[in-house]
Design a protein around this ligand. Sequence first.
Ligand code: BES
Ligand code: ZN
Length: 648
Amino acid sequence: MRLLLFLPLFIWSCTGAPSKAPAATEQLSQRPHDDHSYANLEQIHTQHLHLDLEVDFAAQTIYGIARHQMKNRGADTAIFDVKGLLIQKVTLGKKGAEKETDFTIGPMDKDSIIGQALLVNVDAKTTDVNIYYQTTEGSAALDWLDTNLTSSKTKPFLYTQGQAILTRTWIPLQDSPSNRITYSADVQVPSDLLALMSAENPTSLAPDGKYHFEMRKAIPSYLIALAVGDIGFKDLGQHCGVYAEKELLDACVEEFEDLPQMMKVAENLYGNYQWGRYDVLVLPYSFPFGGMENPMLTFANPTLLTGDKSLVSVVAHELAHSWSGNLVTNHSWSDLWLNEGTTVYFEQRIMEALRGKEIADILAQVEFGELQQTLAEMAADSALQDSKLHLDLVNRDPDIAMSDIAYVKGAFFFRTLEQTVGRKQLDLFLKRYFTHFAYQTITADRFIDFLERQLLSKTGADFNYREWIYEPGLPPNCVAIAAPRLDKIKSFANEFNAGKNPFKPKVKIKWVRKNGKRKKIKQQINIRYSDYLIQEWQLFIRALDPKTKIARLTALDHQFQFSQTQNSEILCDWFVLAAQSDYIFKIQEPLEAFLLKVGRRKFVLPIYEALSESPDGLKLAKRIFFRAKSNYHSVTKNSVWKVLYKKA
Ligand code: BES
Ligand code: ZN
């Protein structure tokens, strides 16, 4: 083994300096910079990656060889990204004719965000670089679940989360979305477990636990994904299906039965699906996101299984990424909005086709309310510079970009553009965009160039895209959603906040005919939970006065059973409201049960944040987190930890 640690800082010139945006023409010819990768892609870059992996549950370690087939433009060094990996040796040449070579591992960046550079000595003709390695406890992409955290309770589970820059924590590679690679893998797992990847997948157990995978389309590294567990499969037709732990399979089939229809709608909107099959894998509860668009195999959170399809827009979202994100990929994390904003817009269009405009607009209105709250919080924290769509992320965690700005301001960019040029023109443009940039990466500048040429000059429309993309806040021309059905919800909240009870049963007099005689009867009308959408209840709860007396919150909870519901969207909003008063201590039991079970950051984090606003709440939060943290993926664990222990 030739492991040289901590060479001087000579290589770091490529990461530290802030990058100035070059002019658009210059950008088209050059590969723009990615602040979150050490890779010297201009000189040498991976085109195909083959992985030989052995998944060892007892040691919670993956032993691997990453075999890079590279395009070399005469480099003497190949630079890869690594974080939390042990590198054993590096060889050059094809399998069977390999020769060991020298390598160096650079120091960690100051804030431990991007990890370390792995520098491998190559010569100008080298095309094959093989890195022998193993993962460690610091491999933040990996979530190893003991049997007690799975549905089966008898088999363990492993999954990976690569986006944004975690793939380097389980595979040594050039971890920049600006480079696309095909990949294949040979994976050895325990023979009673199924292995799946973001690739062509098996549908049943291999008796020897050996699986071979192929992803034949070039993808960015953050989309390489692996899951291993006691997983079964059910086909939904139309090249769609679901994978899940066997106990959840039937519920998945019911919840996601509209997938084939969604697929048709999506294809009608923006062109043929390019990836062959589309399957959804429902993971255990610790999964930190609602969904993750790993190609051919979306990873999804089991909290989507509500029994009433009320949260399927998350699947519409991940499906939409098969175009926006996976076909056309943000070149760096500074333009995450080009992945997510486009996708939220696309998601809203799928939901409109599926459920009608009225309901789709209510979903969009919920998101818009979240954006307004995020903007208000940013203003209060003097952080409005981060409300630009295009972000400066030098020396910053790309996680910052994952906010309502990229998602909702991004989507409203497209809604407003739609209003400006008309739906027909926008759809033509987007379809062309997905075709033109398919299997490529996109920067804000390239996007603007295409927007000007293919939409604005053709239609003669004027659109303030620079303000939208490069200025903070929400431009004044942002479209407003008219959702008249929400007036009722607003009036409920107003009445409640004014001390009245809008849900008191109303007595209605009704005339009926009995034995030939007209008779007056009294009818009691109750407002039921099921009379309104989950999203309407969310808007109601969010509009309630946090200073409401505990007795009134108790009565409301008693009537609608908010703290007992199985719907995590409602639970999350209810716990956040409750945490703003002492009511939270009355519902501590369901609160603890929720935080111990669910690891989705979007739910868990706002609850911890709300709790940490008061001394007693913070104490409770820390006590729960102490028990819950081993149930969370590192993504959630680290975010919560910052809220509870690093507050200024
Ligand atoms: N690709 C994202 C998740 C992501 C973004 C992970 C950035 C890491 C960095 C995924 O498509 C997503 O947006 N998930 C959302 C779904 C929602 C917006 C419908 C989620 O998990 O909540
Ligand atoms: Zn997304």
